[in-house]
Design a protein around this ligand. Structure first.
Ligand code: ACO
Length: 401
């Protein structure tokens, strides 16, 4: 065995942990998560307190800079973000190049990466002022380009940030306001969205945050690292689950609302189908964000006067799964995205934009993780492997193969 290992180039002991199920990649002061007890805290504050009492930009500041901002600091942060909300006009040429059928997450990843071209100077992470400006710039421009992915899809003219309005209100305007007249902003929707963004803002070393850290560890720029995070989030096993949940619920509805049939499909090991919005790598009891969102879904639908039969299907599915031995024995519970799509739908947000909304919410988490990684001077991320390919072989010329 030693001889074979030598031939294969292995040096020393290598731990093999596919999916990093039990491997810590860093020390972090940002988010605390206890999957057994269903606890989630940002910088020591419970997610329940933050969702109820805070605002998205306040939480963004907390995650990125470590402390809840005093009133004047928060006001300055909000105003400083507004300084950067104009996106380079040439970015529009890039948007024009995409087909209307393109998925908004693909467009968002490309546009985020393109921001590097218009902001080529690397950030000096040790220069506090420069770092702060870069954070404000990223928060501002990402929101605008995220909404532009939708405008492009709909064929609407691109919209501009209104500095007299708040960040979340601007998201709604940027998405929905048309040249025919002002968009009426509903405070119920603003509050619910603000809460949803807070609940999505960070989740320690998840797939997209780890991606941002590992790309950033090569000292690639912040926009390039965030763009990689967007791509990681897009997949249906991660952020793309919110779109997949709604599509699944719609399919169940279209097929007569038989939740049990889909439960049986999800349990069938011959069938690749999984119950979307169920299960989580670290929450093995319940996802505290799902509890808050389930309640918010009820409240928002009631306040907006929406009676969505999809909500009843979701509740039926959840009840059946919670009683089912397969789901109980594997600790599979609804995750954050099981109910978020129902709220987005009630707000008039199209299904393909759901994961973009997740990305807007997750942005401060990605920035915080990137900043921490760089300030901690973490080494380049470079996992090892166990080589299982061929031993040494003689090269055979093409005419002899
Ligand atoms: N439906 C049916 N069975 C499931 C599901 C599901 N949603 N999730 C896990 N299982 C089963 C697996 O088949 C496996 O069964 P086995 O032990 O008999 O082989 C067991 O539960 C453990 O599953 P793993 O895939 O090993 O768990 P892992 O931690 O790797 O995956 C994940 C977690 C990706 C979230 C998984 O539960 C899943 O695919 N869920 C559906 C997609 C989803 O909702 N993703 C969003 C996650 S939250 C977020 O990113 C915001």
């Amino acid at each position: 065995a030693i001889e074979i290992d030598k031939l294969r180039g292995a040096t020393g002991a290598v731990t093999l942990d596919p999916g990093f199920k039990n491997t810590g990649a860093c020390k972090s002061e940002i988010t605390f998560l206890d999957g057994e007890k269903g606890i989630l805290r940002y910088r020591g504050y419970t997610i329940e307190d933050l969702a109820e009492k805070s605002s998205f930009l306040e939480v963004s500041y907390l995650l990125i800079f470590g402390e809840l901002p005093a009133a004047a600091v928060l006001e300055k942060f909000e105003n400083d973000i507004k300084k950067y909300t104009l996106v380079n006009e040439e970015m529009k040429n890039i948007i024009d190049g995409f087909p209307k059928t393109a998925h908004p997450m693909g467009v968002l990843a490309s546009l985020t990466s393109a921001l590097t071209a218009f902001n080529p100077q690397p950030v000096d992470v040790n220069d506090e002022e420069e770092l702060y400006d870069t954070v404000c710039k990223t928060m501002a421009k990402f929101l605008v380009i995220a909404t532009w992915t939708y405008r492009k899809k709909m064929g609407y003219p691109l919209n501009y940030y209104d500095n007299t309005k708040g960040h979340v209100e601007n998201f709604l305007r940027l998405m929905f306001e048309l040249p025919t007249g002002p968009y009426k902003i509903d405070p119920v929707i603003v509050n619910a969205l603000d809460k949803l963004f807070i609940l999505h803002a960070d989740h320690e070393q998840n797939c997209s945050a780890s991606t941002v850290r590992i790309v950033g560890s090569s000292h690639a720029g912040l926009f390039a690292s965030i763009s990689a995070g967007v791509s990681a989030l897009w997949g249906p096993l991660h952020g793309g689950a919110n779109q997949a949940v709604l599509e699944m619920l719609e399919e169940i509805q279209a097929n007569g609302g038989d939740a049990d049939k889909y439960l049986a499909k999800a349990k069938d090991k011959e069938d690749p189908f999984r119950l979307m919005g169920f299960g989580h790598r670290v929450y093995k009891n319940f996802d505290p964000r799902a509890k808050i969102i389930k309640k918010a879904a009820d409240d928002v639908l009631e306040a907006l006067g929406v009676n969505d039969p999809i909500l009843n299907i979701a509740k039926k599915l959840e009840e059946a799964a919670l009683k089912d031995e397969y789901f109980k024995s594997r600790n599979l519970y609804p995750n954050v995205d099981f109910y978020s799509g129902i709220i987005y739908r009630a707000m008039g947000i199209p299904t393909e934009m759901f994961t973009v909304l997740f990305a807007i919410g997750r942005l401060p988490g990605w920035i915080a993780q990137w900043k921490e990684m760089r300030l901690n001077k973490e080494p380049i991320g470079r996992p090892r492997q166990i080589y299982t390919g061929s031993p040494l072989r003689d090269f055979v010329p093409v005419d002899k193969r």
